[in-house]
Design a protein around this ligand. Structure first.
Ligand code: NAD
Ligand code: GLY
Length: 346
């Protein structure tokens, strides 16, 4: 077992352990005095892991209820949010009890937001079961839901009380979903860690499980460092968005259907690198392809640009975007939207 301590305004530990999910009750009892828990999950993860989690909680003296919603991004909305709040209320969850998010980034984001709002804030624990959720969304306290106007437009900063990452749970992911998480892992290598990037270059999607614990640990440690320096996303934390401005535009252009978040980020990293650091492009693309991710999109750049100018990272007509100047180093660049469009369109 390895642990990473996150020193944010509400500090907490991340436990990284194969098989850790089976001991979650023991770990959760150490962060709450309550013995009443509500587990929020989706229907796919419920079938795979809810009994293990509920069993471990009960073995450790918890009274526990489980709520599952249909899996997928389309559930990360106000309607599911309302159902979760009603479930917490009907289950008699009080301010001193504990809420558990068991699943991928969708479950983590919506449950974290419910935990931030219900009774003005109840402690919650993240048990992330996708690679993306383990290396990114479960750590750092960003919670959100989608509204008609866009993705993640309503949310709150709410740090979890504990994160339990069990990389054995990644064995049940589809190859597509594992690839999606690998896009974020490649991102960490590009922005902060050339050694991680080299490890990725020496593996492929087929044998990456051999180094999964090292990957999860390294990525969370990078995220820890970035989040501790800028918990509320006012500056440095933006480097985590390498590839995301274009990536979100690609996802939007494809109406959030045939392009997953990871595919968008992978193609976005390649497109921005092609434009602003072409000497790194070949190396990046080779790595992206080894994890079955796309290096581009059929969407014409001109049609992606209107989506970029709607990006959340836009302020007062300016846009921020991230450029890797070498493998392992990134910088935040700011320009007017029109300068950015011109540079991308050239
Ligand atoms: P997801 O939660 O939809 O999970 C993808 C699919 O995998 C779902 O169908 C789910 O049921 C299934 N699944 C989950 N765990 C499984 C397992 N162990 N075995 C088999 N199937 C499993 O998607 P995701 O990719 O985990 O997360 C994407 C979401 O995360 C987006 O909503 C995005 O906005 C959000 N996100 C948030 C942050 C943040 O900092 N809060 C960061 C990045 C992404
Ligand atoms: N996933 C980006 C962030 O946490 O800031």
């Amino acid at each position: 077992m390895r642990k990473i301590y996150i020193r944010t305004s509400c500090p907490y530990e991340v436990i990284i352990e194969r098989g850790g999910i089976k001991k979650c009750g023991e770990y959760i009892s150490a962060v709450t005095k309550s013995r009443k828990a509500a587990v929020i999950t989706d229907d796919t993860v419920q079938k795979l892991y809810a009994d293990t989690v509920a069993g471990s909680l009960k073995d450790n003296g918890f009274e526990c209820s489980v709520f599952a919603f249909p899996n997928g991004e389309q559930s990360k909305n106000l309607s599911t949010f309302g159902q979760i709040l009603d479930f917490l209320c009907e289950s008699g969850i009080t301010r001193s009890d504990i809420i558990i998010a068991l699943g991928g980034g969708v479950v983590g984001d919506i449950t974290g937001f419910a935990a931030a709002c219900y009774l003005r804030g109840v402690d919650f624990v993240q048990i992330p079961t996708t690679l993306l959720a383990q290396v990114d969304s479960s750590v750092g306290g960003k919670t959100a839901i989608d509204i008609t106007g866009g993705k993640n437009l309503v949310g709150a900063f709410k740090q979890p009380s504990l994160v339990i990452c069990d990389s054995d749970t990644l064995k049940t992911l589809t190859p597509e979903n594992l690839s999606c998480g690998m896009a974020e892992v490649i991102k960490y290598g590009m922005i902060r860690d050339s050694h991680l990037f080299e490890m990725l270059e020496n593996h492929t999607l087929e044998n990456v499980d051999e180094i999964m614990d090292e990957i999860v640990y390294t990525c969370i440690d990078i995220k820890r460092d970035v989040v501790e320096g800028d918990e509320f996303d006012r500056g440095e934390r933006m480097i985590l968005n390498f590839g995301h401005t274009i990536g979100h535009a690609i996802e939007g252009w494809h109406s959030y259907t045939d392009y997953t978040h990871g595919m968008g980020v992978a193609a976005g990293m390649c497109l921005i690198t092609d434009r602003f650091a072409p000497e790194l492009s070949e190396r990046l693309k080779k790595c992206v392809l080894a994890y079955n991710l796309p290096i581009g999109t059929e969407a014409p750049i001109a049609e992606l640009l209107p989506y970029c100018s709607k990006d959340k990272k836009r302020e007062y007509g300016n846009i921020s975007y991230i450029v890797c100047t070498t493998v392992g180093k990134a910088e935040i660049r700011k320009s007017t939207v029109s300068e950015f469009e011109k540079a991308m369109g050239e």
